[in-house]
Design a protein around this ligand. Sequence first.
Ligand code: NDP
Ligand code: MG
Length: 391
Amino acid sequence: MVRRISIFGATGSIGQSTLDLIRRDRAHFRVVALTGGQNIARLAADAREFGAEIAVTADPALLPDLRAALSGSGIEAAAGEAAITEAAARPAEWFMSAIVGIAGLAPGLAALEQGTTLALANKESLVAAGPLLMETARRHGARILPVDSEHSAIFQALAGEEAAAVERVTITASGGAFRDWPLERLAHATPEEAATHPNWSMGQRITIDSASMFNKALEIIETHEYFGFSPDQIEVLVHPQSLVHALVTFRDGATMAHLGAPDMRHAIGHALYWPERRELPVVRLDLAAAGQLDFAAPDPARYPALALAREVMEMGGLAGAAFNGAKEHALTAFIERRIGFTQMAEVVAAVLEAIGRAGSHRAGAFTLANVAAMDQMARQEAERIINRITG
Ligand code: NDP
Ligand code: MG
């Protein structure tokens, strides 16, 4: 059987790993849409290699370049946010949602409306609009399969078990680039230093989020939204080796752990072939070589983002959209060297405080328009705070 698939964020780290798996199993897939952003050369080369029906760049200014790069291929070219969402409405059986940031939400929703399968790497859409995403999937009979490694791990550890039998789940974190840095040094950390990950090879933004643990904060909320576990059932452990991805503890005291090499092609391949298990080109676990597995409770002073995630879940409503928007804005400001590394958490905390005080997170229902408005409000508030603290 040949499956029609589309990859959103094809030119990124997850998108390229997905194409790597497709390349090894070409006969079974027909590529419908590939989307990218700035990397037109990559997008066009992949669209040609895989014989895509359409290639879409997020940036309208790059449409002439994309057209030129695809000339003579018969592949359609399009550009802009709306064109990406339109491409998600093209019939396909499997979608990879791997755009970075809130831009992944609208195409994810459009894909779910087809009632097929959405492999979800774009955690931002679950954090900002979990109830909207889950309800859209339910209404259209679509399935969301987790691609984030911790969530794929929980999904696999839960196979055949009742959710009600779960006492708690634990997601692991490497601790990021600054795990062993003295605390006083963190304020002076540069974007380049933050963008080196000890174990995983990922996009720049998620790698920096790993150093600050905003990534883990997003994942706590992602766990809550996707699986429905209550905040007090979700724990985080620092695990420097990144070999155990998540643990599920059942009410009888048994704990099921998911282990594997830190290679996203495992979680992507699991979602690609689910419910079957196929051979995947990932390094097999060698515990004798690893020698030891270490675990520690995260230090709240080093990783203030974790407490913010708890606050967001307590606030409820559209607080997740505010959190994600503020985090994305603060992260960009850090990358642009407008604020320091530790100021990212300060900015996000202040935004949550302001939104909570005004009660605006409880203002509206979970619609795409309300999520987008809250996202914008949080970015504006973050910008105000950044201007204040940078004087
Ligand atoms: P990358 O930065 O490597 O790739 C992001 C992709 O999104 C690229 O294709 C990029 O295009 C495209 N893109 C960027 N901005 C926009 C926009 N405004 N509109 C449309 N497309 C855009 O990110 P990753 O692959 O690392 O991460 C993708 C998602 O997967 C994120 O949500 C991340 O949190 C999640 N994830 C990633 C993991 C990983 O190992 N990398 C692990 C778990 C989750 P271009 O590059 O051409 O500009
Ligand atoms: Mg993860």
